[in-house]
Design a protein around this ligand. Sequence first.
Ligand code: SF4
Length: 360
Amino acid sequence: MSDPLTIAIPQVQVPSHPSWPPLTPAEQGELKARIKSLLEARDAVLVAHYYTDGDLQELAEETGGYVADSLEMARFGSESPASTLVVCGVRFMGETAKILNPEKRVLMPDLAATCSLDESCPADLFGAFRDQHPDHVAVVYANTSAAVKARSDWVVTSSIALPVVEYLHAQGRKILWAPDKHLGHYVERVTGAEMLLWPGACVVHEEFKGFALDRLRRLHPQAAVLVHPESPDEVVDQADVVGSTTQLIKAVLEMPNPEFIVATDEGIFWKMHQLAPDKKLIAAPTAGVGATCESCAHCPWMAMNALQNLEQALLRGAPEIYIDPAIRARARLPIQRMLDFARERGIGGRKSLPVAVAPG
Ligand code: SF4
C-alpha cells in the first residue's frame, strides 16, 4: 500500500462551532413558517445534507426539498424545476449545484461553511502536482473546489469511489487521488489499484479512535459497527459496514441488529432515527475528553447552517454562489462523467442504494 504523498499542504484553521441563540418552540415554528413562505415566493427549493441540523433536514422534506448525500444532492438540483436552489451543507456542495445548473441561482446560508478536505487541496498546488504525473488519471473527491475539479478527470463521492476506481484499475490506469488519504487508502485496499494519495483528511472522521471503539464494541456485543471510509484504518478495520452516508443509513434499515455504533458525523442520526425509530444508535468514540471542535463528531462547517441564516439568505438573495464560467464549464466534465457512470450502472438513485461491505 502506498503512503500518502509528502506534500506541504496548508494548515487548516478549524472554526469553533457557532452558537445560535436558542429559540422557544413558538419562535421556531414562526421562523419555519416564514421560511416556507419565502421558499414559495422565491421559487426556491431546499437541498440539505445529512450532516446538517435536524430542523433543516425536516424543513427540506416538509417543503418538497431533499435530504441526501452529496451525489444525490447534485442529482436532485438538476431534476428540480425550481429556479433557485438553497443548499444547506458546505461550499463545495453549493458549487457543484451551480456547476450542474448554471442557469439557476444557488444560495447558501453561509459561504464560510467549507471543509477541511477542500481547504487542504488548493488548486495551484494540486495543478502543479498533477502536471508532474501526466501518466496518472486524476480522480478527486467531491469535497474539492470547482478549480480543483476543473483540473481533474473524474469526480467521485464516497458512494461511487469504489466502482469508478475498479473500472479504471481494470483498464490498467494509475491513479492520482485527492484529497482524502483515508478514503484513498480504503479504496486502494479494496480495489488493489495503484494510487498516489494526497495527504488531506476530514477533521471530523479522523478523530474516531480505534482503541476506544474496540472497548465500546465489547460493551455492546449486539451492535453492528457502521463506519464512513473517511475514518482511519484502525476504525475501518472494525467495521461491519463501510460506506457513504446513504449506505450507512440503509444498513440501519436492513440489518437485523438492535444496536448500531456509528462512526460518522452525528447529524446523520436524525435521518437514521426517522427511518428506524426502534433501533438504538450509539456514537463511535472520538478523542472526546477535552473536546475540541475536531473531536465532537459534528462538523463545525456544517454547523454554520441554521434556520436563522437560512431565512436571511432567502430575504437578501445572498450569499450566492458564483463560479468563473471557464472553470465551471471545465469542472462540469468530471462531474458529468461520474453522473453518467452512475446512471449507466444503476448506482445510487433515490430508492435503492447498495451497502458496501467492509474489506477482509
Ligand atoms: S464532515 Fe469532514 S468531509 Fe464532511 S464537510 Fe465536514 S470536514 Fe468536510
